[in-house]
Design a protein. Structure first.
Length: 82
C-alpha cells in the first residue's frame, strides 16, 4: 500500500501494484480547516497522520480573526482507514 494525503484532509490508500484505490477517509474534523502536509508514519498496523490547519495560511490573506482551529495527529487503522 501507498498512503497519500490531500489538501481536503483526505487520506488515500492505494494499491502499489496496480494503482487502484483501496480506501479513502477524511482525517480532520473540519474540511474547510484541515489538510495534510506532513509525512504519514506506519507503525504496528496503524497509520499516524499529521493534520495541519489551513487558517495559518488564510490568516495572511483574509481579514478577520485567525486561528480558531489547530493541527493534530490522527491514528488510522492502516488496513481499513477507520
Amino acid at each position: 500500500m501507498v498512503f497519500v494525503g490531500d489538501y481536503q484532509g483526505n487520506v488515500h490508500a492505494i494499491n502499489a501494484l496496480d494503482g487502484s484505490l483501496l480506501w479513502q477517509t477524511f482525517a480532520g474534523t473540519n474540511a474547510a480547516m484541515h489538510f495534510i502536509t506532513g509525512g504519514m508514519q506506519y507503525h504496528d498496523g496503524m497509520l499516524i497522520v499529521p493534520i495541519s490547519s489551513k487558517e495559518v495560511v488564510a490568516g495572511a490573506f483574509l481579514p478577520g480573526p485567525c486561528c480558531t482551529s489547530h493541527g493534530m495527529l490522527v491514528a488510522l487503522d492502516a488496513s481499513s482507514g477507520e
